[in-house]
Design a protein around this ligand. Structure first.
Ligand SMILES: [Zn+2]
Length: 161
């Protein structure tokens, strides 16, 4: 049992872990604040996964992709934790879930209203840029319901395949 000889300044309760320096204008600081603002305690796992998700611009990831990235980045999480965290982020409005089919759910860091191309076989999902989709003749929602949003996934395949 080693007794700590850490200087008192480093023992302040507000001191962040050494690998996540908290300073003004720092993306990690912004991420922690974003988590707090969404009602999520910025635990080390959430910050680690959030960093992988939100630090590279708009992305579409599955739990498996994120788990793989976390392993490579040495963020110590299980696949179950990745799933839970993705769903917590989605419920908090930080991510949008895009269900491509029963087995494949993508999580989109762009929570704005937009549609997707999906390349079958490659399993890649990407945004359809611009207001290129016109949706007409939507069905009348049942009594007491309103349409929350319409997700369009345009499925692609390579020509000649
Ligand atoms: Zn998207």
């Amino acid at each position: 049992m080693a007794t700590s000889s850490t200087p008192p300044a480093a023992l302040r309760a507000s001191a962040p872990p050494a690998e996540w320096p908290e300073r003004s204008g720092c993306p990690v600081h912004d991420l922690r604040r974003r988590l707090r603002d969404s009602g999520l305690r910025p635990t080390r796992q959430r910050v680690g996964l959030g960093w992988l998700l939100f630090a590279k611009g708009d992305r579409h990831v599955t739990a498996e992709i994120l788990f793989d990235e976390a392993s490579k980045a040495r963020v110590p999480v299980s696949l179950a934790t990745v799933y839970n965290t993705l769903h917590q982020f989605t419920e908090a409005g930080l991510l949008r879930e895009v269900a491509v089919d029963g087995a494949k759910t993508y999580f989109d860091t762009n929570t704005g209203n937009h549609h997707h191309f999906f390349v079958e076989g490659d399993n890649t999902l990407f945004d359809i840029e611009g207001p290129s989709i016109e949706i007409g003749a939507l069905p009348e929602p049942p009594e007491g319901m309103e349409i929350a949003r319409v997700d369009v996934i345009v499925r692609l395949r390579r020509k000649g395949s």
